[in-house]
Ligand binder design. Structure first.
Ligand code: ZN
Length: 386
């Protein structure tokens, strides 16, 4: 008989390791220690790039057979912020009026606790199930995310590791447990645009070239032309201008340079390359019209994806509905997550705790919710191997 893991006690132990990205400070050890006791084979992977700190990641597997059900998550957390505003010590987990307080409890140490607890109970009841359970845990989700899941996925691809379904434990519910399963995400592309004109006297504009005019025209055209109308699974793609900069110390001088930054969150009607093409076309048009010079840089931080609501997804939806009595919706809203990397090797969905205090002061999760999430995870595991 294997040891049962209590979801609350495990999460407390994990919260007490102040693993603010990129620091681990013993968090991954907590996870591996418990997984090893359950009989998991743990492979720790450290990745580092020039100028970045070393990140510890974990891939752990129980069993060798297919199908392989994977749980993905992260042990790193965002900084505590203003310590004086917290009613508890953010790195000393505390239970208060039915809630577990601590940095990272909802995003997403609590979900790791619930899944590991569910696995311990499952193995306790049924050690001879046909298949494998695995954990993909990273320490680099809240940061730049280059030395985390992205590289683990590359490693798993190379090793031809098969994952049949992946459950990501991100806090997918806004205010009530059971509201939302994320079965896709929008992509994100940021454009850095610089326009070079010619400096001159404001009273002699024909002898200068003001870059302010074309940059306004370009931004106006990009912002005012809708990218699409959205579809059944996605809201319309959206562009937001985040920075406009023209450095000028005099009121009677036409500036030489103007720059702007804007981001598009896009649905599955676009790709990084199709948007790059679309944006470049608009810029080129005004470049020609105004005879200015432009410099453009594009950065993509994840493409859009959609996990088709197959039988497993529908079953999970039913389990959650039954357990929480909510009208559990399938959604693709919100920001990016590590599912953007995992989707390359396995169909994945996200379901975790309630996220309304994540990244905030006094981050907390209801004890009731945590117990319910553990029970949901256990039912998902049983359903998957049935
Ligand atoms: Zn998270």
């Amino acid at each position: 008989m294997s040891k049962l893991i209590d979801e609350i006690r495990f999460t407390q132990e994990l919260i007490n390791k102040p693993s603010v990205t990129p620091k681990d400070l013993g968090a991954m050890k907590v996870v591996t220690k418990h997984l090893k006791k359950l009989g998991f084979k743990c492979k720790l992977m450290s990745f580092q790039e020039k100028g970045t700190e070393k990140i510890i990641n974990l891939y752990a597997r129980y069993g060798t057979q297919s199908p392989n059900l994977c749980f993905a998550g992260h042990t790193d957390v965002v900084p505590a912020g203003d310590l004086a505003s917290w009613s508890t010590n953010p790195f000393k987990a505390k239970i208060k009026s039915g809630y577990l307080f601590g940095r990272g409890v909802s995003d997403m140490k609590g979900a790791i606790g619930c899944f590991i607890s569910a696995v311990s109970q499952f193995l306790n009841e049924d050690k001879k199930f046909y298949g494998s359970i695995s954990f993909l845990i990273t320490g680099d989700e809240e940061g730049i995310a280059v030395n985390g899941t992205k590289k683990v996925v590359e490693y798993l691809k190379k090793k031809k590791e098969n994952i049949d379904f992946c459950l990501v434990g991100e806090p997918s519910n806004r205010s009530k447990l059971g509201q939302m399963i994320k079965h896709g995400r929008r992509g994100s592309i940021t454009t850095y645009l610089t326009i070079k004109g010619k400096q001159g006297h404001i009273a002699y504009p024909h002898e200068a070239l003001n870059p302010a005019t074309p940059i306004i025209k370009i931004l106006d055209e990009l912002k005012s032309k809708p990218l699409d109308k959205g579809n059944k699974n996605f809201q319309p793609s959206n562009l937001e201008i985040t920075r406009i900069h023209i450095d000028n110390t005099a009121d009677n001088v036409i500036p030489a340079k103007a720059s702007a930054t804007f981001n598009i969150r896009y649905n599955n009607l676009h790709t990084f390359n199709s948007l790059k093409k679309r944006i470049s076309k608009t810029i080129k048009k005004f470049e020609k019209k105004f005879k200015c010079k432009t410099e453009v840089k594009f950065i993509g931080t994840g493409t859009s994806f959609l996990t088709k609501p197959n039988r497993m997804v529908k079953k999970i939806q039913e389990i959650i509905k039954k357990e929480t009595k909510q009208k559990t919706k399938l959604s693709t809203t919100g920001g990016t997550s590590d599912a953007r990397f995992i989707k390359d090797i396995a169909p994945c969905i996200e379901f975790g705790l309630v996220g309304n205090t994540m990244h905030q002061v006094d981050e907390r999760s209801s004890i009731k919710d945590m117990k319910k999430l553990k029970s949901i995870y256990l039912k998902i595991i049983k359903c998957f191997f049935n």
